[in-house]
Design a protein around this ligand. Structure first.
Ligand code: HEM
Length: 386
């Protein structure tokens, strides 16, 4: 199946469209030989994301105990009632008010990053804006001191890329968060980690393992995904000049633009893995118990059964309920933050550089590989046009 070759990386949509047409779920084997099912239609995607018989809990027997505790305590990898409890406690600290309070800081960070473009005629917008902005924002949210962000950035990049050094980087990050937590307890500040460390709900509180797991989850869930959203938005706008001039005339349209990019170029291309605890039937396909299932959010969000002209970039189209942030109990906790970051970054970039141009042809763009993420590795732009 053409899901793992260079053609898919450059343009995943033809292969996904073919799968969507032929059936609601497909058994796939990864290049590492691991079998799983890929769900591609909107109806079935929503069903899989909400069906409680699909579990998020995976055995993690092979991991060292310290890492196991940091992963098995993450709400994204738990089912109810554990998930319900963790989500309640974390939501009590990660409130809409806390997200909104980050707005001026995000604007400031964006301006600082854009200010550093000034001397250059051409920049890589991924490297200089899309990646560093969400990273700095997560550091602000958690309360990671500026002087400690350098090594932390190196570990988190290694974790996201995966590969041989990943376990070591995970162990370093976990040790770092344990130490940071101890310091926050001694000297609390107005940040999420300090807040969550003291939150008590009905006599219940987060343990140290759970706090460290949560911090790790926020870094992994919120960094590359948001970078992809910013990059994909700049890319799609640069290819649709009429939408771009509409945005220039009415900057408020950025909300609709970002929403349409989430649908059409879903930054998290799939959900995370779920495992069936009983056989489930999707249309004419039955997935046996004990199988791994991935939902292709990218495919579901272009399902013609749900969205009119799904391959047309149409900001402001009627809300069709895209699934870019998932659905059901695991719906993305950081969605308001991600939207705000992308809206600020894109609005300010195009306000400062209304004539910016992407300098490589669409066929030469470098995309991240793999099924899980949909984003660019680099996006070179000329700032002033010609
Ligand atoms: C969950 C996408 C940004 C924190 C999810 C899920 C998706 C998603 C699809 C559900 C996964 C599943 O059900 O298997 C995205 C996208 C983002 C983004 C596309 C950016 C454009 C963020 C940010 C944060 C964050 C900025 C926090 C700083 C989380 C958390 C969960 C989650 C904590 C787990 C929720 C739970 O299990 O109840 N995200 N995310 N995400 N996301 Fe995001």
């Amino acid at each position: 199946m053409a899901l793992f070759d260079d053609g898919y990386t450059a343009n995943p949509h033809p292969a996904l469209a073919e799968l969507r047409q032929t059936g609601p779920a497909h058994r796939v084997t990864s290049p590492a030989g691991i079998p799983f099912w890929l769900v591609t239609r909107w109806d079935e995607a929503r069903l899989v994301l909400t069906d409680p018989s699909l579990s998020k809990q995976q055995p993690m027997d092979g991991l060292p105990p310290q890492l196991r505790s940091a992963l098995t305590t993450q709400m994204l990898l738990r089912d109810p009632p554990d998930h319900t409890r963790l989500r309640r406690l974390v939501s009590a600290g990660f409130t809409p008010r806390r997200t909104e309070a980050l707005r001026p800081r995000i604007e400031q960070l964006t301006d600082r990053l854009l200010g550093a473009f000034a001397a250059d005629a051409e920049v890589d917008v991924i490297d200089r804006l899309a990646v560093p902005l969400p990273f700095e924002v997560i550091c602000e949210l958690l309360g990671i001191p500026a002087a400690e962000r350098g090594p932390f950035r190196a570990w988190s990049d290694t974790i996201i890329v995966g590969g041989a050094d990943m376990s070591a980087a995970l162990a370093q990050t976990v040790a770092y968060f344990r130490d940071l937590l101890t310091r926050k307890r001694v000297r609390p500040a107005d940040d999420l980690l300090s807040t969550l460390a003291v939150i008590v709900d009905d006599g219940d509180r987060l343990s140290d393992d759970e706090l460290v797991g949560m911090a790790l989850l926020l870094v992994v869930a919120g960094h590359e995904t948001t970078a992809n959203l910013i990059g994909n938005t700049v890319h799609l706008l640069s290819r649709h000049p009429s939408q771009r001039s509409r945005l220039r005339d009415d900057p408020g349209l950025v909300t609709a633009v970002v929403e349409e990019v989430l649908r059409m170029a879903s930054p998290s291309a799939t959900s995370t893995y779920r495992v069936t605890t009983r056989p489930i039937t999707l249309g004419d396909t039955t997935i046996p118990a004990g199988e791994q299932v991935l939902v292709s959010l990218l495919a579901a969000n272009r399902d013609p059964g749900r969205f009119t002209d799904p391959n047309t970039f149409d900001p402001g189209r009627p809300d069709g309920g895209h699934l870019a942030f998932g659905h059901g109990i695991h719906f993305c906790l950081g969605a308001p933050l991600a939207r705000m970051e992308a809206q600020i970054a894109v609005r300010r970039l195009f306000a400062r550089h209304p004539d910016l141009e992407v300098t490589v042809a669409p066929s030469e763009l470098r995309w991240r590989t793999g099924l899980l993420m949909h984003g660019l590795r680099s996006l070179p732009i000329r700032l002033e046009g010609q």
